[in-house]
Write a protein that binds this ligand. Structure first.
Ligand code: B12
Ligand code: SF4
Ligand code: SF4
Length: 386
């Protein structure tokens, strides 16, 4: 199978972008990542510092890795002009169904198609073949032959290998995995391992290497076709594929522009392409486990989950953003606004899940969501006093 066919299959399952690169270490990306850790810009996201050598070397993630297939999905959708009184705004990427599940499902579907064409696909159904949820289709060898392949959070909480929380699928697969590997697959057949978001991969650096875009001053991967409004996922494989030449596609540059750095409400873009997580509103509203210091809380404004400012001001995005064609990012989630009064009235985990189940917002847990709602209400009150 050649690279062209891989891309056709990616577009068949609905990916918007696909590029290929080799799995070797990218020295500059590794160096930047080590420095970022040294400066403690990962804040309390301890999983990012757990095994830096492995996290910056995809060839350690799969024996015999030859290629990395980088994939992108456009999630862009416009904002309404005003946030209604008493509501908090949700960043675009989190308004619909949990993207981990949506992207994971497509990624696995793609491995299934590749395996079919190579004649590798399992004919014997695995026990969870009837379950069509993204995390447990168990169809491709990557999942059956490698118990730690599924990184997407099965319950919408963003669990994965790094967070130490094992998925339901991972509980089921190990014994089967040994059996499949030894009895059903001939020696030398192709292997795949896939990740989305929480996997131990420097996704943006490999996406750039595979020609999907360039890394802007805001640290985001900006593609020629969709700007930066894209999710990334990847398949590491033992297939030998021709790599893309990233220089062949002109994605643009930042030139002298610094709009994202200037517009960031908290000054979190501390250098060109370097984000200090401890200041980033995305971190403060989603990942930070404890209370937000007052000086930073005062800059969160109406944002209840995530932040889009450094993408909204990017001139590349004005020109390139296109409405997503993926319905799952537009419906089936919490939408653009969350009522802070409703959040503050929630008493139990069940109340919280009634609003957030199956969406990225479960990540904050009830306590985090309440903290964010309080910050928004406080900021409304102090603004109305001005
Ligand atoms: C931890 C994390 C965060 C943290 C830290 C952010 C950060 N900048 O690192 C927080 C919580 C703050 C965060 C916020 C957001 N995140 Co986030 N996050 C991640 C995660 C899980 C790891 C990132 C990481 O490893 N950071 C460490 C730094 C050092 O590495 P890096 O960001 O990859 O940067 C590398 C490149 O910039 C490269 N590089 C830079 N310049 C150059 C030059 C050369 C020559 C080379 C070779 C390399 C190179 O070197 C760096 C080190 O390798 C990734 C998924 C993943 N597995 O990669 C998603 C991811 C980066 N996040 C994503 C998104 C969507 C967001 C938000 C937009 C969400 C929101 N709306 O609130 C914001 C954006 C904030 C921002 N401006 O970066 C997307 C980005 C997609 C894209 N188009 O780029 C990702 C890829 C998830 C996904 N699978 O789609 N995130
Ligand atoms: S997501 Fe918001 S807070 Fe974080 S770097 Fe971008 S503009 Fe700054
Ligand atoms: S806003 Fe300007 S500096 Fe920032 S990423 Fe976009 S083009 Fe680059």
């Amino acid at each position: 199978m050649n690279s062209q066919r891989i891309k056709e299959l990616a577009y068949t399952v609905g990916f918007d972008l696909c590029g290929i690169c080799s799995p070797e270490v990218i020295p500059e990306a590794r160096e930047r990542y080590y420095r970022w850790l040294e400066l403690e810009y990962h804040a309390e996201m301890g999983y990012l510092a757990k095994d830096p050598i492995r996290r910056s070397d995809p060839s350690l993630l799969l024996d015999g890795a030859r290629s990395v297939i980088m994939l992108g999905l456009n999630y862009y959708q416009p904002n309404s002009a005003e946030t209604p009184m008493g509501y908090g705004r949700v960043a675009r990427y989190a308004r619909g169904k949990d993207y981990h599940k949506v992207v994971a499902k497509k990624t696995k579907e793609m491995i299934g198609l590749i395996s079919d064409e190579l004649g590798d696909r399992q004919v014997t159904p695995s026990p969870d073949d009837n379950d069509d949820s993204a995390e447990s289709s168990g169809r491709a060898e990557s999942e059956l032959g490698d118990s730690a392949s599924a990184m997407a959070g099965p319950d919408g909480t963003g669990t994965g290998e790094e967070n130490g929380s094992r998925s339901r699928k991972e509980d089921v697969i190990p014994q089967q995995a040994a059996g499949h590997r030894n009895t059903r697959y001939p020696l030398g057949h192709r292997e795949f391992r896939w990740f989305v978001d929480y996997g131990p991969m420097l996704e943006r650096a490999y996406a750039e290497k595979a020609g999907l875009g360039y890394i802007g001053r805001n640290g985001l991967l900006i593609s020629r076709q969709f700007g930066s409004w894209i999710f990334l996922s990847e398949i590491i494989t033992s297939l030998e594929l021709t790599a893309d030449d990233p220089r062949a596609i002109k994605h643009g540059t930042c030139g002298t522009c610094k709009k994202c750095m200037e517009a960031c409400p908290t000054g979190a873009i501390v250098e060109d392409r370097v984000v200090d997580s401890s200041k980033c509103i995305s971190y403060l509203t989603i990942e930070r486990p404890s209370q937000v210091p007052d000086d930073l809380a005062a800059k969160i404004g109406d944002r209840i989950f995530g932040c889009d400012v450094c993408q909204e001001v990017c001139p590349h995005n004005y020109q390139r953003q296109k409405m997503t064609k993926h319905e799952q990012f537009l419906s089936g989630g919490v939408g653009e606004f969350v009522d802070t009064r409703k959040v503050l009235a929630m008493q139990t985990r069940e109340d919280f899940l009634a609003l957030t189940a199956g969406t990225p917002l479960t990540r904050t847990r009830l306590e985090g969501m309440k903290r964010n709602a309080e910050i928004i209400q406080r900021s409304r009150r102090s603004n109305s006093l001005l």
